[in-house]
Design a protein around this ligand. Structure first.
Ligand code: HEM
Length: 494
C-alpha cells in the first residue's frame, strides 16, 4: 500500500504497473528473509519472478534486474542519466563525507570534476609510466617477503592487500616510504580500519529500510562508522598536513616526468583553481574512494585468480608457460611484459566473470519516476543490477559454471561495459573510475606471483570457492599457499 500510494503520488494514477515481485511480511517486508549472499538469493528469485522484479524491504522499494537487455535500458540508453545516481545508505553517506566523493556523489559538476581528475590525470599512460618504479618497488618488496617465507603458508589475500595499499599510498599521496607516515603504519592501520568500514558498508541496516527509525541507530552502524572514520581522518590529516608543509618548504616530490602525486595536484588545484574549488573534505572523500574502492577489489581478484588456478592446475601450467615465453626464466616480470600475456589476461577475465567483486554493482537510483520494460520505477527506488547472474546466464555463456579462461581468448569482450552480459567494472557514466589502475595492478601482481614461485596448498588441502558478500565478494576462507622459488637465481628475490 505504501509503495502504491507513493507511486501514484509520483507518477500519477495507474499509468504503469510496478514490476512483479514480493512485498514480504507487513511492515518489515522481505527484510527477515535476506541472507548474507544477496546475489544468490536475487538470482533464485529471478527464476520465479523474471528478469525484473520488485522486493519490498521495510519502507524501501528495491528493483532487481538480471537481464543484459534490461540493463541496457538503464546504463547505456536514454535513461542512463536518470539512473546514474546512487541514493546512498547511511553508512555510505558517512564514508563519503556526505556524498562529497565520486562513488556516492550525485551526478553533477562536483562528481565530474573529481572523476575527471582521477581518470584523466592519474591514469593516463604518462602518469602510469611516471609512477612505474613505485609499483615495481612495492611488488619487489612483496617478492622478498614471500622469499623469506619459502616453505611456509602465506595468506595470499593479505599479501596482495598490503602490496596494493602500499602502491596506492605511494601513487596517490606519496611519501618517503609508503608504509610509514608520522610513525603510523599505513598498511596495518588501513587494514584494520578498512575491514570495519567495509563490514559496516555491507551490513543490512534497519535504519536504511525504516528511515523513521534512523535517529535511533538501533544496530549502531552509524556510530561505529563515525568512530572508524575518525581514525582514518586522523591519518589523512597527518598526510595532508605533511604534504602542505613539504610544499611550503619547496620539497615537493615529482615523478620521473615532473608530474606530481594526486594529493599535491589536488592541493594546488584548490589553491590556484579559478573554477569550483576542491574542499578539504572532498579531497579526503576522494582518497577514501581510492583506498577503499581500489584495495579490496584488486587484492580479492588476485586471491580468486590464484584459488582458481590452484583448482585448475592445467590453467596454472599454461599461464606459467606463457610467462616463460614472454618474460624468460632468467628475468623478472616488468609491467611492459603484461600486454603480451594474452592467456593470463583471459584468466583474469574469467576470474572476474565467476567472482565479480561487486556482484550487484553499486546500486543505482532514479532521480525521477520512469519506466523500464513497461514497468514503473518510482523515484528513489534502489535498483540492483545482478551482474553475478548475468555472468552465469547460459544464454550467453557455454558451460557457465566452469572455469575456462579459453572462452575469452578469441573474444572481443573487454572491461568497458559495452557488452551487457559482462560487467565486472560496471557500465555507463558510473563505470569504475579506477578501471585502468585496477587491471594494471591485478595483472602485474598476479604475473609476478605465478612467474616467480611455484605454489602448493598446505597439507595437500585444495582451496574452496565458498564466498561471502560484504562490500566486495570475497573468499569465505583465506587462501593459504606455500611458495617455492621458480627461477634459478636468488638475485631476483632479494
Ligand atoms: C579489480 C579491480 C576493480 C574492480 C573489479 C572494480 C569494480 C567496480 C565496480 C563494479 C564499480 C561500480 C560501477 C557501476 O556502478 O556501474 C566501481 C566503481 C568505482 N570504482 Fe572500482 N573497481 C576496481 C578497482 C578500482 C580502483 C583501483 C579504484 C581507484 C583507484 C576504483 C575506484 C572506483 C570508483 C571511484 C568508483 C565509483 C565510480 C562512480 O560512481 O562514478 N576502483 N568499481
Amino acid at each position: 500500500l505504501h509503495f502504491r500510494r507513493d507511486f501514484k503520488k509520483l507518477i500519477g494514477e495507474d499509468s504503469y504497473k510496478l514490476p512483479p515481485g514480493l512485498q514480504g511480511l507487513p511492515i518489515v517486508g522481505y527484510l527477515p528473509f535476506l541472507g548474507p549472499n544477496l546475489h544468490r538469493l536475487f538470482m533464485e528469485l529471478a527464476q520465479t519472478y523474471g528478469p525484473i522484479y520488485k522486493l519490498g524491504i521495510g519502507q524501501k522499494l528495491c528493483v532487481i534486474i538480471s537481464s543484459p537487455a534490461l540493463a541496457k535500458e538503464i546504463v547505456l540508453r536514454d535513461q542512463d542519466v536518470t539512473f546514474s545516481n546512487r541514493n546512498p545508505n547511511i553508512a555510505s553517506r558517512v564514508f563519503s563525507f556526505d556524498g562529497k566523493d565520486i562513488a556516492f556523489a550525485p551526478l553533477g559538476p562536483r562528481w565530474r570534476q573529481l572523476r575527471t581528475i582521477l581518470v584523466r590525470e592519474m591514469q593516463s599512460e604518462a602518469s602510469f609510466d611516471a609512477s612505474y618504479l613505485l609499483r615495481r618497488n612495492e611488488v619487489k618488496k612483496s617478492v622478498a617477503i614471500i622469499y623469506g617465507n619459502v616453505g611456509h603458508a602465506i595468506d595470499i589475500g593479505e599479501l596482495a592487500f598490503t602490496t596494493v595499499v602500499n602502491i596506492i599510498a605511494g601513487m596517490f599521496w606519496g611519501n618517503v616510504d609508503g608504509r610509514q607516515v608520522a610513525g603510523i603504519d599505513i598498511g596495518t592501520e588501513f587494514r584494520a580500519a578498512a575491514g570495519r568500514l567495509v563490514q559496516n558498508l555491507g551490513r543490512p541496516n534497519v535504519s536504511d529500510f525504516f528511515p523513521i527509525l534512523a535517529r535511533f541507530d538501533i544496530q549502531g552502524v552509524q556510530k561505529d562508522m563515525k568512530k572508524v572514520m575518525q581514525q582514518v581522518d586522523k591519518i589523512y590529516d597527518i598526510v595532508i598536513d605533511q604534504r602542505i608543509k613539504r610544499g611550503n618548504m619547496g620539497e615537493d616530490e615529482v615523478n620521473d616526468d615532473g608530474k606530481k602525486n594526486l594529493l599535491q595536484f589536488l592541493l594546488e588545484f584548490r589553491e590556484h583553481d579559478t573554477g569550483e574549488p576542491i574542499s578539504h573534505e572532498q579531497i579526503k572523500a576522494l582518497l577514501m574512494d581510492i583506498v577503499i574502492g581500489g584495495t579490496d577489489t584488486t587484492s580479492t581478484t588476485v586471491e580468486w585468480a590464484m584459488a582458481e588456478m590452484m583448482l585448475h592446475p592445467e590453467v596454472m601450467v599454461k599461464a606459467q608457460l606463457e610467462l616463460t615465453e614472454v618474460v624468460g626464466l632468467d628475468n623478472e616480470v616488468e609491467e611492459t611484459h603484461v600486454k603480451n600475456l594474452r592467456y593470463l589476461h583471459a584468466v583474469v577475465k574469467e576470474t572476474l566473470r565467476l567472482h565479480p567483486v561487486a556482484p550487484l554493482l553499486l546500486p543505482r537510483s532514479p532521480t525521477k519516476s520512469c519506466h523500464v520494460s513497461g514497468y514503473a520505477i518510482p523515484k528513489d527506488t534502489k535498483v540492483f543490477l545482478n551482474v553475478w547472474a548475468m555472468h552465469r546466464d547460459p544464454e550467453f555463456w557455454e558451460s557457465p559454471l566452469e572455469f575456462k579462461p579459453e572462452r575469452f581468448l578469441g573474444d572481443k569482450l573487454d572491461y568497458l561495459g559495452q557488452h551487457l552480459h559482462y560487467l565486472p567494472f560496471g557500465s555507463g557514466r558510473r563505470v569504475c573510475a579506477g578501471l585502468r589502475l585496477g587491471e594494471r595492478m591485478v595483472m602485474y601482481l598476479l604475473a609476478t606471483l605465478v612467474h616467480m614461485f611455484l605454489w602448493e596448498s598446505p597439507d595437500g588441502t585444495m582451496p574452496d570457492t565458498s564466498e561471502k558478500l560484504g562490500v566486495v565478494l570475497e573468499k569465505s576462507n583465506p587462501l593459504l599457499l606455500v611458495p617455492t622459488p621458480r627461477l634459478g637465481s636468488s638475485k631476483f628475490y632479494v
